[in-house]
Design a protein around this ligand. Structure first.
Ligand SMILES: C[S@@+](CC[C@H](N)C(=O)[O-])C[C@H]1O[C@@H](n2cnc3c(N)ncnc32)[C@H](O)[C@@H]1O
Length: 473
């Protein structure tokens, strides 16, 4: 085993000399120096989520003495499906309490379930209750079905009926929230398996098998997929998912401090631009009562986060069918939330005032250049950096003096031009009061993590970990 702290020292030394992003292999460094491997041994894969961070990045960073004291609190203000939350509570060197903020309710539910240990036997007993209730529902009763347009385009009649029965069976459970949330998440995982949506495209798009006719293997697969969606055995699919997820969740029980709840992950809020301290109700809903307080200034010891990409992911739309079936959002709310995301592609020219500059030379130059080619695209870029300015200022506010923030970002292409997003975000952070300490660069494996968008979008191939420190205020 090597010493990760010695590696850190070496990197800092090297960066001080060259001030250029250092190529760094997080996975191999972790395998060789910490002996940690992530496959299905922890619940990272209990539910699909686009744009997840590579777990080896937080494993390495959370193992460094310099970045956070052993009892410090870690925050991820864009916690998505909770990769960093999970890695914080299971870290091989120091296990730490961690708080998350995430705007997508399904992301919050995944994070919560992924980090909550469960008694396996009692969960299996509750599963029996679900099946018992499900069997008792007669086919003739009228079942509550979520209201959304074109339900019958996405789901066969059989799928709708069986999903509605299963949903009612979970709803009727008289059990505590952690178990119920676990089953809600398993229910959510069933949705895309029985929908007539293309399994190779993250946001739901009607599956048209002939599109794949030139690829024999894929063509057969999607034909089969569609056949199953017409006549699915929802309960059997659900049971398989429950068993698979239980197996990975049970790994949390092997960690004493997590099992005893001494170390916990908590989702505290939904908007990174204005962080408050609250908690979750069932199904990942944030409790928003009157007496919610802002998260204390100077209270957090370390922030690690992968912010949304500049117009490269559709976090809400990807989960449209799940969000509707879980009754987390109506179609109208879904559209509204889609517009509120940082990195949204739905910005109208009326919403931006190009005369009000962001105030960072490199970013304002980019926006000016984009306005000349396409004011509509320029508006997305403007809104992204305006929102990120607010979010990074909020990170600055809640962090303790001398504490670190690590932003993990990819570059992208705007109007066919390669943009060094990591450099622009570093400039933004420095203007807010952070000091640039180190930039590491790793190659993204697994193209499934990213979605290619409109023609001027582009695949993100490298990830940068920007390490910054709040100058003591
Ligand atoms: C790159 S993803 C994070 C992925 C996460 N690290 C994981 O492994 O699952 C960025 C996340 O930022 C969320 N997001 C976008 N705007 C937000 C906002 N204003 N406040 C909080 N989260 C937001 C998106 O919903 C998305 O889940």
């Amino acid at each position: 085993m090597g010493n990760v702290n010695a590696i850190w020292e070496r990197l800092i030394h090297q960066y001080e000399k060259k001030r250029r992003a250092i190529p760094f292999d997080f996975k191999n460094t972790v395998l060789e120096n910490l002996g940690e491997r992530r496959s299905n041994n922890y619940p990272h894969y209990i539910h699909y989520y686009p744009g997840k961070i590579f777990p080896y990045i937080p494993i390495f960073l959370l193992s460094l003495d310099e970045l956070c004291s052993p009892s410090g609190i870690v925050l991820d203000p864009f916690s998505g499906s909770g990769t960093i939350l999970l890695e914080s509570i299971i870290n091989p060197v120091d296990k730490r309490n961690v708080w998350g903020v995430e705007i997508n309710p399904l992301g919050r539910l995944i994070s919560k379930v992924k980090t909550t240990p469960l008694n396996i036997e009692s969960t299996r007993n509750i599963l029996k209750q679900i099946f018992h209730y499900n069997r008792s529902l007669s086919n003739s009763i009228s079942l509550p079905i979520p209201k959304f347009k074109n339900m019958s385009i996405w789901f066969s009649e059989k799928a709708i009926k069986e999903l509605a029965k299963l949903r009612l069976s979970i709803e009727s459970l008289n059990t505590e929230r952690n178990h119920k949330d676990f089953f809600w998440l398993c229910f959510s995982s069933v949705i895309r398996k029985v929908a007539k949506a293309d399994p190779f495209i993250p946001p739901p798009v009607l599956l048209k098998p002939y599109k794949y006719k030139d690829n024999h293997k894929k063509y057969k697969y999607v034909q089969n997929f569609l056949k199953n969606a017409e006549n699915p055995d929802v309960v059997a699919i659900f049971e398989t998912i429950v068993e698979k997820n239980l197996k990975s969740i049970s790994a949390l029980n092997n960690i004493k401090d997590v099992r005893s709840k001494k170390i916990k992950a908590k989702i505290i809020w939904d908007d990174a631009k204005d962080i408050k301290f609250s908690r979750l109700a069932e199904r990942g809903r944030v409790i928003k009562t009157n007496n919610i307080r802002p998260l204390d200034s100077n209270s957090i010891n370390l922030i690690i986060t992968s912010p949304p990409y500049l117009t490269a992911q559709k976090y809400i739309r990807t989960h449209k069918l799940e969000l509707l079936w879980l009754d987390l959002l109506t179609e109208k709310e879904l559209q509204r939330l889609d517009k509120e995301l940082i990195g949204t592609e739905k910005v109208s020219l009326r919403e931006v005032d190009f005369d009000k500059h962001i105030g960072i030379k490199s970013i304002d130059r980019l926006i000016k250049w984009a306005i000349a080619i396409s004011p509509e695209r320029a508006a997305l870029v403007y809104k992204y950096f305006q929102d990120m300015q607010q979010a990074i200022s909020e990170m600055y506010r809640v962090l303790k003096g001398n504490a670190y923030v690590i932003l993990v970002v990819g570059n992208n292409t705007v109007l066919k031009r390669k943009i060094k997003t990591y450099r622009l975000l570093t400039d933004l952070a420095v203007s807010i009061g952070f000091r640039e300490i180190l930039v590491l660069k790793d190659n993204i494996r697994g193209r499934g993590m990213i979605t290619k968008r409109h023609n001027s979008g582009g695949l993100i191939k490298e990830e940068y970990a920007i390490i910054l420190r709040k100058e003591k205020s």
